[in-house]
Design a protein around this ligand. Structure first.
Ligand code: OGA
Ligand code: NI
Length: 359
């Protein structure tokens, strides 16, 4: 949290916003931001291909609370299929007020609009600090910098908030409560789609003290969007991720070995399966690779909420699923806190942390 007595440690690198605003990158694009080959050399490389648009399954959330048991059973089946075939789906009719979504977007935009000195108050010293502003993924260890600034704030079990902009606290409280409930309802339905009882889930994941983190991503216009990336291919660490984005596209998901673009749909959330869901389901519902491209026209903001088990939980494949599947447990367990710390301290690379746990 901000405190006037705090000593500022300036960022070791410029933020993406500073690079974009100053125009220096337009004059000479900084080589340390080059993730992708220039188009002439990229014939064999998928990075620069215009991606096809993904036909992501959509889930009408209101049907989950349907009084008609057949309707609920039907949507639970659809949800299960979306988790199995895509690991990504959109959620409509979720009940999160439009005004609250907009207020959240505005508060995040307001944060990134603070001066560099103000934002440096929130830089954090360690990757698990509850409030952390930064650039790229982990600018100290990334050998290629990503065209992205971020703010990460722990929301649960302990609620944290940046004190600037002043509206942030109130908006975060409301938004996080809504998204946590949405996430838990989805987790219940996902669990049901596997034929499991809610009690098994509480026991396996300690969801009463679930970990919830909010990540605001800021991708300013980039003069050479074909050379840089906002975020490289990765999977998310938690159980499910709930993403809201402004009207600018940039997200791509890996599906059947191809990168597909995801168009932002107004008033609906994009949800994806995280690594801990892959662990607990013993690989039945897999976390999906995704990445963020950048563009040279407008700023893209995404507000990402990751919901995971308790930070103290050691999640292993659910015994009941292991018994019913033909293969033995595919992952060993590790404390969620250690998993996250490992992912956040290293280069972000595909599913590298999950891969360490494969048996
Ligand atoms: C993330 C992420 C994608 C996006 O923050 O984990 O994948 O569209 N963001 O910003
Ligand atoms: Ni992600």
């Amino acid at each position: 949290m901000s405190s006037p007595a705090m000593i500022h440690t300036p960022l070791p690198y410029s933020t993406a916003k500073e690079l974009s605003d100053s125009g220096v990158a337009a004059a000479a694009f900084p080589f340390n931001y080059i993730s992708c080959k220039p188009p002439a050399a990229a014939a064999e490389d998928d990075n620069n291909e215009a991606a096809d648009e993904a036909q992501i399954p959509s889930i009408d959330f209101s049907l989950l609370s349907s009084r008609n048991p057949d309707n609920r059973a039907q949507i639970v089946r659809e949800l299960g299929r979306a988790c199995e075939e895509w690991g990504f789906f959109t959620v409509s009719n979720h009940g999160v007020p439009v005004a609250l979504q907009k207020a959240m977007m505005d508060a995040c935009a307001g944060f990134f609009d603070l001066t560099a000195e103000e934002k440096e108050d929130y830089m954090g010293r360690q990757v698990l600090d509850p409030i952390r502003f930064g650039t790229s993924f982990n600018s100290k260890v990334d050998d290629v910098q990503y065209w992205r600034d971020f703010l990460k704030v722990f929301q649960h079990p302990v609620f944290h908030y940046p004190t600037k902009p002043t509206i942030f606290r109130e908006v975060l409280e409301g938004y996080s409560r809504h998204i946590r409930q949405l996430g838990k309802d989805l987790l219940n339905a996902i669990w049901e789609s596997l034929g499991l009882e809610e009690n098994d889930m509480q026991e396996a994941l300690s969801l009463k003290s679930c970990f919830q983190i909010l990540v605001a991503n800021f991708y300013p216009p980039c003069p050479k969007p074909e050379l840089a990336l906002g975020l490289p291919a990765h999977s998310d660490h938690g159980l499910v991720t709930v993403l809201m984005q402004n009207g600018t596209d940039g997200l791509q998901v890996m599906h059947n070995g191809k990168w597909l673009g995801v168009k932002p749909l107004p008033n609906s959330f994009l949800v994806n399966i995280g690594d801990h869901m892959e662990i607990v389901t013993n690989g039945r519902y897999k976390s999906v690779l995704h990445r963020a491209k950048v563009n040279n026209k407008s700023t893209r903001i995404s507000v990402v909420t990751v919901i995971g088990p308790s930070l103290d939980a050691v999640v292993v494949p659910a015994p009941i699923l292991v018994e019913s599947q033909k293969h033995p447990a595919a992952f060993r367990g590790i404390k969620y806190r250690d998993f996250m710390e490992h992912q956040q301290s290293n280069k972000l690379m595909g599913k590298s942390v999950l891969d360490l746990l494969r048996l």
